[in-house]
Design a protein around this ligand. Sequence first.
Ligand SMILES: [Fe+2]
Ligand SMILES: [Fe+2]
Length: 371
Amino acid sequence: MMFGVSIVAGLSNFGLFLALGPDVFDDAAFVVFTALAMAQFGFAVAAIVMGIMALRSKQGGVGPLLLGILSMLGAPLGWFGGILAVGLSGLGGAWGRPLRVRGRQLHPNLREGSDWTRGEQPCPDGLDEATRVALAALWLHDAQKEHASVPAFSRVSWMLAAVGAPAELLEGAHRAAMEEIEHTRLCFALAAGYAGHSRTVDAMPDLLCGMDFGDDPLVTLAVESLEDGCLLEDYNADVAAACARACREPATLRVLQIIAEEERSHAHFSWQVLRWVLARDPARVRPAIERALARLDRYPRPTAVSRDKQVLVERADAEAMLAHGRLPDARWAEIWQARLSSTREDVRAMLEAPAVRPREDVRLMQLGGAR
Ligand SMILES: [Fe+2]
Ligand SMILES: [Fe+2]
């Protein structure tokens, strides 16, 4: 009986995960998912206890005992697998800086609406239905990630103010946030052109739970600037530029060119922050940068397509995808390796350069010595 209830809880959890899919797995779903996994675990433990009691009274019980153990082990494994799938589902490439809230990457869910759609729309003529659907889904994914970059840069600005950074760095953070707002609008406009209707972002109440800035904001700024800025945003710029070279659709091409140029400037901004925090307190920051550098190749590579969109892209016409600026994942992987080595080299060069005082460093950056 207990074993049966445990199995029903496990199957319901699996059904919930399949029904929602990782992309709409919000906080409420997470609570239900966790509660069902705990129920599965609890009833499995009860089945084990009853099995042991039945064995002791020599009334059988081996079967329920073994099945109870299996179900008990399956509960945490299923829970962990589900959470991992949710985490991995968002790793598809995009052109923004990730938004980190309490150790989790967040981006807004989507709903019907057109308030974030602004910009030129592509011409979908000549595309088959599957390709149009895939292109719309990929640009919506990009719009979600671009939108998340807006509060991500606000968070950077918050930390910079907290550690007394100069006006030029706060200006850079706010300029980047403004550009991410425009990228979001442009991505929604491209998605609307391919889909034939507009979507928009849902509210993000998780942002009201407060931010986590780590134990030492200087170290957080250093590590995140290196990983999410110097490495990732330079890579975003590389990929956008390569996509633009392949793109034959004029509206999409213009957006890719804007994104390539501005993501590059966001990477430059991160280099400025990195140099400033290092100069500000080398004893605290240098070891953190060295540790981050040593594990840089473990940073998860953004893929061309997130797992939940793979089926859509497989059904699409590969040549048309390329002509509309979507490169295959193999190309993304090559670009990643090149960017990884050049970021490593640049960080090493920065660590070997003679130390400068923080104010001098910002002045040098304004004169063009960003790296
Ligand atoms: Fe962006
Ligand atoms: Fe960016």
